[in-house]
Design a protein around this ligand. Structure first.
Ligand code: SRM
Ligand code: SF4
Length: 518
C-alpha cells in the first residue's frame, strides 16, 4: 500500500471502516421510516455518502430529494426498462426542481440519472429496479462507474469487436449481478472503465482509468490496454499504455485483477490523490504491470504495435443502415440530455412499434433507436417527438452540445449549466451559420463531469468579479480531440463572465470554426 501504516486515512476511509456502505441495502426500510432529517442528525455520512453505494445521491440543492444514478451497461436498455424508469420519474419524482416535475438526464457515461426521489420511496424503487433487471448499485463513490461500450455494438458493419457481452459481463462480475459486491466496492476512489469496439473510439476510452482499444495481433482481434486516465480539479490526465494486449475472453479477468491491485495497494490518504494514476505514478508503470500480472496469475502479452482507432469520432445522430439487411438505427438528439416522464414513455412506445424494443444511450447524452426496418422508417421519422423535441438533424451547434448537471441540482456546482448552455446555443444559432458541428462542452466546476478537456470548446464554471460584484464565469479550453489522434485541449482564456460569454463564443466559432454571421 502506498499509504504507509502511519499515514492518516481520509475521513471517508474511516467511515467505510466502521461499516461497509453496501450494507445499507439491508437497512432501507428502516431509513425510509426514519426520514431524511432524522438520518441527517443520526448519521450524516450515510445520508450524504453511504447511500451513493446503492445509487441514491442526496441533493442538498433540493432538500429532502435524492437523485438516482442507474447502471446501464453499454448504454443499452429495453423499452420495458425505459417504462420502469419513466414510471419512477412520474410517480416519485414530483417537485424535483426546474418546472417542478421529475426528470431524467442522460449522462456523459451513457447512463441515466433520475431526479426528485424521496427517502420514503427508496425501498419500493429498489424492488422495482430489481424486478426489471436493472440496478443502481455501486454507481457512486468508491466504485466502478457505469461501464461504457460502443453505442452501435452489433449494428455496425465496420465494427471490430461487439462490446455488448463484454460490458455486461464486466458489470455482472463487478456488481455481483447487480446485488452488490463487497469485495470490489471499497476502492480508494472512483474507477472508470470503457470498452471501444469500433474504429472511432466512440466512448473516448483515453479518459478512463481502464480503457480497452481494439488492436490486431498475429491476425487476431483483441485489445490494447490503456490505464490511468482521469479528470479531477487541476488534474486532467490521458490514459497511458500498459504495454499489454489481451484477447476478448480476458477482458473481465484483467479488470478484476487490476481492481484488486488498486484496492489492495492504492493510496487512501488525501482523496485528491487516490485515483489509479496516483498508484501508477508512485510505482512506475512497469511495477504496476508486474503486479497486475501477478494477480492474474500469468504474464501479459506486450501490446500490439498499433491500435485500430483510425476514424474521426462519430456522433450517431441521424439515420444509418445496419449490418443486418433492411434494418436501420436512428440517433436522436436530446438537448443537454434532459428527458421528462411522458417523453420516456413515448420513446419506449416508439422503440417497440418501429424497432425491436431496444434503446441505446451515448456519451454525448443522446439516444439511439436501433432495428427499424426500411418499411417503417418513413413513418417513424414523422413521429411528433422527433419534430418537436428530439430531432435527427439538429442545428450544428446544438448537435454537439454537452453539459453536466450544474447548480440546478449539483451541490459542487459553481455555475448554472444545462439551461444556460441551451439558451445560449439557440441564440448563437439564430445569429450564425456554422458549416459543421462544434463540440461545446459545459461543466459547472473543475470536477469536469461534462468532459470540457475533450471538446472543441470546453467551458469550466468559476466565479469572477465584475463591477464590484461576484458573478458566474467560465474558464475556456480549446483543442480537445476525440477519436483518431485523441488529445486533451488547453486552457485559452480565464474567468469570462457568463453575461459576456455569448460574444466570446461567437468570435471563437467565427475565427476557428468558419462560422459566418447570418
Ligand atoms: Fe461526475 C462528482 C455528475 C461524469 C468527475 N459527478 C459528481 C457528482 C456525483 C457530485 C455530487 O454528488 O453532486 C455529480 C452529480 C450531480 C448530479 O446531481 O447530477 C456528478 N458526473 C456527473 C454526470 C451526471 C455529469 C453529466 O451531466 O453527465 C456524469 C455521470 C456519469 C455516470 O453516469 O456515472 C459524470 N464525472 C463524470 C466524468 C466524465 C466521465 O466519466 O467520462 C468525470 C471526469 C472523469 C473522471 O472521473 O476521471 C467526472 N464527478 C467527477 C469528479 C472528480 C473526480 C476526481 O477524481 O476528483 C467528482 C467529484 C468527486 O468524485 O469527488 C464528480
Ligand atoms: Fe456537479 Fe461539477 Fe460535476 Fe458539474 S462538473 S455535475 S457541477 S460536480
Amino acid at each position: 500500500m502506498v499509504t504507509t501504516p502511519e499515514t492518516k486515512l481520509n475521513p471517508v476511509e474511516k467511515a467505510k471502516a466502521q461499516k461497509h456502505p453496501l450494507l445499507l441495502k439491508q437497512e432501507l426500510e428502516q431509513l425510509a421510516q426514519m426520514g431524511w432529517e432524522a438520518l441527517e442528525e443520526k448519521n450524516e455520512f450515510d445520508l450524504h455518502y453511504g447511500l451513493k453505494w446503492l445509487g441514491f445521491f442526496y441533493r442538498t440543492v433540493t432538500p429532502g430529494k435524492f437523485m438516482l444514478r442507474m447502471r446501464i451497461p453499454n448504454g443499452i436498455l429495453t423499452s420495458g426498462q425505459m417504462r420502469v424508469l419513466a414510471n419512477i420519474v412520474q410517480r416519485y419524482g414530483q417537485g424535483a426542481g426546474f418546472q417542478d416535475r421529475g426528470n431524467a438526464d442522460i449522462t456523459t457515461r451513457q447512463n441515466f440519472q433520475l431526479r426528485g426521489i424521496r427517502i420514503e420511496d427508496i425501498p419500493a424503487i429498489f424492488d422495482q429496479l430489481r424486478q426489471a433487471g436493472l440496478t443502481s448499485v455501486q454507481s457512486g463513490m468508491d466504485n466502478v462507474r457505469n461501464i461504457t461500450g460502443s453505442p452501435v455494438a452489433g449494428l455496425n458493419a465496420d465494427e471490430l469487436i461487439d462490446t455488448r457481452g463484454l460490458v455486461r459481463n464486466l458489470q455482472d462480475v463487478i456488481t455481483n449481478n447487480g446485488e452488490g459486491n463487497l469485495a470490489l466496492s471499497n476502492l480508494p476512489r472512483k474507477f472508470n472503465i470503457a470498452v471501444a469496439g469500433g474504429r472511432d473510439n466512440s466512448v473516448h476510452a483515453e479518459i478512463n482509468d481502464l480503457g480497452y482499444l481494439p488492436a490486431y495481433k498475429d491476425g487476431k482481434i483483441g485489445f490494447n490496454i490503456i490505464v490511468g486516465g482521469f479528470f479531477a480539479p487541476k488534474q486532467y490526465v490521458s490514459a497511458i499504455p500498459l504495454n499489454a494486449w489481451i484477447e476478448p475472453k480476458d477482458v473481465v479477468p484483467l479488470a478484476e485483477a487490476m481492481l484488486i491491485v488498486y484496492n489492495d495497494n492504492g493510496p487512501r490518504a488525501n482523496r485528491s490523490k487516490c485515483r489509479l494514476m496516483h498508484l501508477i505514478e508512485a510505482w512506475g508503470i512497469e511495477k504496476f504491470r508486474a503486479e497486475v500480472e501477478k494477480q492474474l496469475g500469468h504474464p501479459l502479452e506486450p501490446a500490439a504495435a498499433k491500435d485500430e482507432i483510425d476514424w474521426e469520432k462519430r456522433d450517431h445522430i441521424g439515420v444509418y443502415r445496419q449490418k443486418q439487411p433492411g434494418l436501420n438505427y436512428v440517433g436522436l438528439h436530446v438537448p443537454v440530455g434532459r428527458l421528462y416522464a411522458e417523453e420516456m414513455f413515448e420513446l419506449a412506445r416508439m422503440a417497440e412499434v418501429y424497432g425491436s424494443g431496444e434503446i441505446r444511450l451515448t456519451v454525448e447524452q443522446n439516444l439511439i433507436i436501433p432495428n427499424i426496418p426500411d418499411t417503417r422508417l418513413e413513418t417513424f421519422l414523422e413521429e411528433p417527438l422527433l419534430r418537436e423535441r428530439f430531432p435527427i438533424d439538429p442545428e450544428p451547434l446544438q448537435r454537439a452540445l454537452v453539459s453536466c448537471t450544474g447548480s440546478e441540482f449539483c451541490g459542487y456546482a459553481i455555475i448554472e449549466t444545462k439551461n444556460r448552455a441551451l439558451a445560449m446555443i439557440k441564440e448563437l444559432e439564430a445569429e450564425l451559420d456554422t458549416p459543421k458541428p462544434v463540440r461545446i462542452h459545459w461543466t459547472g466546476c473543475p470536477n469536469s463531469c461534462g468532459q470540457p478537456q475533450v471538446a472543441d470548446i470546453g467551458l469550466i464554471g468559476t466565479k469572477t468579479r465584475k463591477d464590484g460584484k461576484v458573478v458566474e464565469a467560465v474558464d475556456i479550453w480549446m483543442g480537445g480531440k476525440v477519436g483518431k489522434d485523441a488529445r486533451l485541449g488547453k486552457e485559452v482564456m480565464k474567468k469570462i463572465p457568463c453575461d459576456e460569454l455569448k460574444q466570446v463564443l461567437r468570435d471563437l466559432t467565427i475565427e476557428h470554426f468558419n462560422a459566418r454571421p447570418k
